[in-house]
Every structure is written in structure tokens, then in C-alpha cells.
Design a binder for this molecule. Structure first.
Ligand code: G16
Length: 572
């Protein structure tokens, strides 16, 4: 065996113009990473180079992914490049997998300078699917725009990278491995950790596990069904819910992470988690939930598949926040939601006199408020819910939050949501996604829309559909000034707000891998009791209630005429 120190090589490369990180890292088709020479190496080099050499040398970095196709290949390269770039220690989840919330937790626990997360979240996996790389900073959250801009700048100009090509790491065995490198005084170490343990330990300190155990396996236990969708969260569900909290093994399905998520899209919504909804229809389960590929998103269901919209889920948790011991001890400093999320949370904030922040889409905006001690709990319309225990949204945390509410109130999910609507009124919400639209067409539409709606003459315009008339009260582009550091983020979506408070929002997604995704978000508020509680099990009720506004949204944008589409790719 050759024990000589490992060589560090400098390899010439050519830059790529398209490595700008989106809402949540760089997401591309797998074949882009596979077929373009050094595409992965260039981006990893850009990440390391964005960190000051003094901070990088001898530092700790956490690495893990959602187990999708190309995960393992990417980790081998990251290990070789981390060593060559002066990183002192890598902490990697066993088999290279770790869910996004756990990575955030481990970064904070080990005081790492950051983490590299290999995931394309809810996007499809497999050789024909997507791959993604995200960089999180020392607070455990997604890097801020100033960091991702720096990474992008470097990626556009780099002409070489450094690597230890002979370094091989064993990801199957827990424990420490040390490697001697040329010109390096201290060995480079890799610590392979149990992906679940640190995270499970954190949850034990947030929730009342004894009460949850009683709810799930005590004398009057409820029956639950959790769908891990073959993503990374499966082992966490098994260990925490089944082994520790006593749920029967058949409560958890699709718990083995596979590289292509079993051919399904690991996206927890009514379209892609339809199997779960179907399996709950006959009423044998009281509670259901699904997660996405990297375990940060969640969908909540009640008996018979009663659907809790993500915006309602955030509002209900906020209203019952003291069912969670963590908040009984730490108190609640503030609530937040992303701008397109319905205003259901705002009503809870108003009633409880807790500060409410409205941020652009993207979890990094919440992180800044949390770091400043101004935010405790937040969520987004796109199945993201989380709190300040870490700096990522957290799917399993959201499930335990709901179970804590059920354990305290001993009511059904449906009754809890119904009580909420009776107390606060109801926000109907729907989102239309038009995927894989030609980028130029999408950008042109947004530019022309912006000109149209920000023209003074647009305000007070009336739009009529059948017997409904909506009058524009306000229309603008959403610009955000961070209340902590005054950073301004411009063009975070186009908003049309009508006189009854209903809203239409247009935005381009920042997480697609092919063409552009146009999102149209629509919400309206119903306070009359007659409109609050109609056919609650009808999953498309939001769309029925919002059909007129959807017609107006399409009329104003001319989206179908511009794109030749006849309808959205996905409605949530
Ligand atoms: C990421 C961010 C979320 C954001 C989402 C959607 O989530 O963490 O905060 O809401 O992207 O972004 P967009 O609407 O631009 O596609 P994930 O779960 O995809 O990593």
C-alpha cells in the first residue's frame, strides 16, 4: 500500500456562463453535469473560492445529499477538492445521504463554516432527472445573495481548480478517516456520521416525545400514514416515528431512498402524492403526511384525505404554537411568510400581537431574521414550514408540530382547521405552474406585465367574470428591504391587489432546470361563515372558489396566447 502523502494537482479548465445559483442553489439536468467537462468541478471550486482562505484553512464543512442519481459521484469529487482547498475536516452523512434540515442542524452543532447539499429537492431524479448543489453558510441556512453572486462571478472567470485525485473515502463505515496531503502539516480528516442521530436528538429537545408516544402508540392512539416518497427522509421517519415513538412499521411507506425516487417525482402535493391521498380516503388513517426528496417540504392530510393547504398549515401551527414545548421555553419573537403565501398567518399574528414579516420567496430571507432574534416560526405556500431551531424548512419538524397539536387538543385535523376558519375566516389559495416555457417568452411577458400594471391607469381598473367584479386597488413589483441589514432585493414578483383583498401574483421560479417556470399565485379571503366551510374534503375547492380570479390572471397576462399552452402543467 502506498502511504506517501497525497498529491494536490492544479488542473486547467474553462469557465461556463450558466452557473448562477437560483432560489436554492444550482439545479440542472444530470446530463449537464455528466457531459460538460469539469462542470461539477468548476462549481465546487467556485464555492470554495468564495470563502476567504483564512476562514477555509483548517475549517469544518458538512456534506450530504438526498441520495439521488449522481450524489455519490459528486461527493467523491467534493472530498478531493475540499482537501486540496485547505478544508481541515469534512463531516459526511453515512452513504453520503443526509436530509437538508439535518445538514442545517449539523452545521450549527459542529460550528462548521458551511455545508454543501446535493439535492434538486422535489424535482425528478435518475439519469434523465435533475441534480443540484446548494451551499449553506455557517448559520446553517442557504447562502445569501451576496455569497451566491460571488460564486457566480468566480464561475464565470476561473481557469483552473485544485484537486487530490487519489483521495478515496469510505462512506459506509461510521467514524474518522485521516489523509496526509502534500505540503500540509495536519492530516485532512473525514468523519462519516450517522445521518439521523444529531437531528433526532435536536427534535427530542423541541417536542414532548412522551406525549407524542402516547398519541401514536398509547391506549387511545391514532393511526397515521407517512409517505417518504423514496427520498432521504425515509430512515428518519423509521427511526424517529416507528422505532422511537412506536408507530407500527406499516405507518411509513416508501422509506428506502432510491436514486430515481422509484420513478416518481418526490413532490409532496395532491398531484404527485396522490397515492397517499387515495390510501387515506376510506378513513382508516387519522393523519397523513408526505415529504420531498431532501426532506424539507411537507404536505399534511387529515382523515379521509382532508387536505390542509400549506398556507393554512402555517397559520394553524402559529395559532397553536404553545403546544410545542420549545416555544413554551423560548417564547415567540416573530412570524413570517413569503409574499405569495396567503395571508392566513397575518390574521394569527394580528390577534396574538406577534410581529409579522413578509419576505420574498426563498428560505435565506427567513434565516437573516432568525439570526437577528426577530423570527421564531415561518412558512411558505410551497409546502415549506420551519422554525428557528435550524435555518432550513423542516418537513419532519412540521409533522411533529401537527402531532403535538393533535396530542394537546385531541381533535381531528379537520376539526382543528375548521375551528381555525371559524375563528379567523378562510383564505382560499391556488397556484398555477407553467413549466418549461421558453425563457425569452417568459421574460418578455414579465417585462410587459410590469409596465402594464405599474402604469397609473391600471389602478382602479375593473375586471368582471360572470357576476364577479374585481377592482384593482394596488399593483406593483415586490421589492424587499431586509429589516436587519437593509439589503434590498428587487423584482421578487408582480402583485395585483384588488379592493376586497384578493391577490394575483406572477413570478418566475428560481428552481427549475429547463426553460422557465411561470408561477401564478391567487388568493382571496372569505370571512362570512357561509363561505368558510364548504365541502371541506374537496381538494379542488380552492380552484373552484378562485376560478374567476384565475380567468382574470390569464386575461391580464395573455399567458396562453403567448405560449400556446391551454393550461398549467401543475395546479396546487
Ligand atoms: C427552495 C427554497 C424555498 C423556495 C423554493 C421555491 O425550496 O428553499 O424557500 O420557496 O425553493 O422556489 P421557486 O418558486 O423559485 O421555484 P426547495 O425545497 O426547492 O429547495
Amino acid at each position: 500500500m502506498d502511504n506517501s502523502p497525497l498529491q494536490v494537482l492544479t488542473v486547467p479548465t474553462a469557465p461556463y456562463p450558466d452557473q448562477r445559483p437560483g432560489t436554492s442553489g444550482l439545479r440542472k439536468k444530470v446530463f449537464v453535469f455528466q457531459s460538460r467537462r469539469h462542470y461539477l468541478h468548476n462549481f465546487i471550486h467556485s464555492i470554495f473560492s468564495s470563502i476567504d482562505l483564512r476562514d477555509r484553512q483548517g475549517s469544518t464543512v458538512v456534506v450530504g445529499g438526498d441520495g439521488r442519481f449522481f450524489n455519490r459521484t459528486a461527493i467523491d469529487v467534493i472530498v478531493q477538492m475540499a482537501a486540496a482547498n485547505g478544508v481541515g475536516r469534512l463531516i459526511i452523512g453515512q452513504h453520503g445521504i443526509m436530509c437538508t434540515p439535518a445538514i442545517s442542524c449539523v452545521i450549527r452543532k459542529y460550528k462548521a463554516i458551511g455545508g454543501i447539499i446535493l439535492t434538486a429537492s422535489h424535482n425528478p431524479g435518475g439519469p434523465d432527472g435533475d441534480f443540484g448543489i446548494k451551499f449553506n453558510t455557517a448559520n446553517g441556512g442557504p447562502a445569501k445573495e451576496e455569497v451566491t453572486n460571488k460564486i457566480f462571478q468566480i464561475s464565470k472567470t476561473l481557469d483552473e481548480f485544485v484537486i487530490c485525485p487519489r483521495l478515496r473515502v469510505d462512506l459506509t463505515t461510521l467514524g474518522k478517516q485521516a489523509f496526509d496531503l502534500e505540503n500540509k502539516f495536519k492530516p485532512f480528516t473525514v468523519e462519516v456520521v450517522d445521518s439521523v442521530e444529531s437531528y433526532a436528538n435536536m427534535l427530542r429537545n423541541i417536542f414532548d416525545f412522551a406525549a407524542l408516544k402516547d398519541l401514536l402508540s398509547g391506549e387511545n392512539h391514532i393511526k397515521i400514514r407517512l409517505d417518504a416518497m423514496h427520498g432521504v427522509v425515509g430512515p428518519y421517519v423509521r427511526r424517529i416515528l416507528c422505532e422511537e415513538l412506536g408507530c407500527p412499521a406499516n405507518s411509513a411507506i416508501n422509506c428506502v431512498p432510491v436514486e430515481d425516487f422509484g420513478g416518481r417525482r418526490p413532490d409532496p402535493n395532491l398531484t404527485y402524492a396522490a397515492d397517499l391521498v387515495d390510501s387515506m380516503r376510506d378513513g382508516q388513517y387519522d393523519f397523513g403526511a408526505a415529504f420531498d426528496g431532501d426532506g424539507d417540504r411537507n404536505m399534511i392530510l387529515g382523515k379521509h384525505g382532508f387536505f390542509v393547504t400549506p398556507s393554512d398549515s402555517v397559520a394553524v401551527i402559529a395559532d397553536n404554537i404553545f403546544c410545542i414545548p420549545y416555544f413554551q421555553h423560548a417564547g415567540v419573537r416573530g412570524f413570517a411568510r413569503s409574499m405569495p403565501t396567503s395571508a392566513a398567518l397575518d390574521r394569527v399574528a394580528k390577534a396574538t400581537k406577534i410581529e409579522l414579516y413578509e419576505t420574498p420567496t426563498g428560505w435565506k430571507f427567513f434565516g437573516n431574521l432568525m439570526d437577528a432574534g426577530r423570527l421564531s416560526f415561518c412558512g411558505e405556500e410551497n409546502y415549506g414550514t420551519g422554525a428557528d431551531h435550524i435555518r432550513e424548512k423542516d418537513g419532519l419538524w412540521a409533522v411533529l408540530a401537527w402531532l403535538s397539536i393533535l396530542a394537546t387538543r385531541r381533535q381531528s385535523v379537520e376539526d382543528i382547521v375548521k375551528d381555525h376558519w371559524i375563528k379567523y375566516g378562510r383564505n382560499y389559495f391556488t397556484r398555477y405552474d407553467y413549466e418549461n416555457i421558453d425563457i425569452d417568452t417568459a421574460c418578455e411577458m414579465m417585462e410587459e406585465l410590469e409596465i402594464m400594471i405599474t402604469d397609473k391607469s391600471f389602478v382602479k381598473q375593473r375586471f368582471a367574470v360572470e357576476d364577479k367584479i374585481y377592482q384593482v386597488e394596488k399593483a406593483d413589483t415586490f421589492d424587499y428591504t431586509d429589516p436587519v441589514d437593509s439589503t434590498i432585493s428587487r423584482n421578487q414578483g408582480l402583485r395585483i391587489i384588488f379592493s376586497d383583498g384578493s391577490r394575483i401574483i406572477y413570478r418566475l421560479s428560481g428552481t427549475g432546470s429547463d426553460g422557465a417556470t411561470v408561477r401564478i399565485y391567487i388568493d382571496s379571503y372569505e370571512k362570512e361563515q357561509s363561505g368558510v366551510y364548504i365541502s371541506p374534503c374537496h381538494p379542488c375547492l380552492g380552484q373552484v372558489m378562485l376560478a374567476s380570479l384565475a380567468t382574470i390572471a390569464l386575461k391580464i397576462s395573455q399567458l396562453h396566447q403567448r405560449t400556446g399552452r391551454s393550461g398549467p402543467s401543475v395546479i396546487t
